[in-house]
Design a protein around this ligand. Structure first.
Ligand SMILES: [Zn+2]
Ligand SMILES: [Zn+2]
Ligand SMILES: [Zn+2]
Length: 325
């Protein structure tokens, strides 16, 4: 993610800022990725601190417009978790905007989000995250770090974040979009397998038996082994993780030997090996930095050639961006 400047004083702003230290009320225009004064902010600004510019007749921003169902406003805890979840959603949408997706030139049908809380006025309910033909369901309770960590441990995962959830679920949406392009499915079948294999049976088998012992040779995570759709979504999430790590590193003004230069644009990199090389080296370095604070590793994963080939496929298709015109 880039860093930004205050339209009034030029001071540095971060992606989620609503106010500058100089007192200016600011809003981000996701089309230009430039902060302006919050003259016509998103209608959800007061409720969930959405800091994007309002766009539609109701005054909602590009991201909030995609949210069709949100938690009950009378349950404050749910609204707080929804706010954190929407922030992660904006982040991931902004990442994808670097390739042109969800911008004014993208006329594809947008995904719809159901942002659901487990606590409702009438009691607790089960919310299962997932994607179904353009509809993404997100459990906003995962924005609570304690609950997310509990699930991460229950599921034996080495990383579980809201950004990761959005990157994974939106990958399923992009599968539907990219399927319409010539050559996509042939490449998908070669690298990820037959997506028509029975999904429920595959998931059931995965939850019963776990991943095969040698999953690390070809898969980025154990869950990737469950079904070709999940391998696509996990690999897609990781490509976005790595691209954003590299991009955020450059934005922070750091550089070094075998690391990207100050003017490097991770989203314009055509050479996947260079990009993944940078991401991998930064992952190792930042894991070490995290350990200095007793934190868990930032990026606890390794890449084999088979995994990088999947990243390259996703990178090639996503870099093409939406159809123009
Ligand atoms: Zn300022
Ligand atoms: Zn908004
Ligand atoms: Zn999935």
């Amino acid at each position: 993610m880039q860093l930004f400047a205050c339209p009034t004083c030029g001071s540095r702003l971060f992606f989620d800022n609503t106010t500058c230290a100089c007192g200016a009320e600011v809003a981000l225009d996701p089309e230009t990725m430039v902060f302006g004064l919050a003259e016509r902010p998103c209608a959800n600004r007061a409720l969930i601190q959405c800091n994007w510019k309002g766009e539609d007749a109701d005054g909602h921003c590009r991201s909030c417009r995609m949210t069709e169902v949100r938690p009950d406003p009378s349950v404050q805890e749910a609204i707080d978790l929804w706010a954190v979840s929407e922030s992660a959603k904006r982040w991931v949408l902004a990442n994808l905007g670097r390739w042109g997706w969800f911008t004014d030139t993208d006329h594809s049908k947008r995904p719809i989000f159901h942002m659901l809380a487990e606590e409702t006025r009438t009691g607790d309910t089960l919310v299962i995250m997932g994607h179904d033909d353009g509809l993404v369901t997100i459990n906003v309770n995962e924005a609570d770090p304690a609950k997310r960590m509990k699930r991460r441990e229950d599921l034996g995962e080495s990383l579980r974040t809201m950004n990761g959830h959005f990157r994974h679920e939106i990958a399923h949406y992009f599968f539907v979009i990219l399927c319409k392009r010539d050559g996509f499915l042939d490449e998908f079948h070669r690298l990820f397998g037959d997506e028509e294999a029975d999904y429920s049976e595959a998931l059931e088998a995965y939850y019963e038996n776990g991943a095969p012992e040698d999953w690390r040779d070809r898969f980025i995570s154990p869950y990737s082994t469950a079904h070709p759709h999940e391998d696509w979504a996990e690999s897609f999430a990781h490509l976005l993780h790595l691209t954003d790590i590299v991009d955020s590193f450059v934005a922070s003004g750091l550089t070094g030997t075998d690391l990207p230069a100050a003017d490097y644009d991770a989203y314009q990199e055509g050479n996947i090996d260079a990009l993944i090389g940078y991401g991998g080296r930064l992952g190792i370095a930042l894991n070490h930095v995290n350990r200095s604070m007793g934190l868990s590793d930032l990026y606890p994963f390794t890449h084999t050639p088979a995994i990088i080939e999947k990243f390259a496929c996703i990178h090639d298709w996503m870099c093409q961006g939406p159809p123009q015109g």
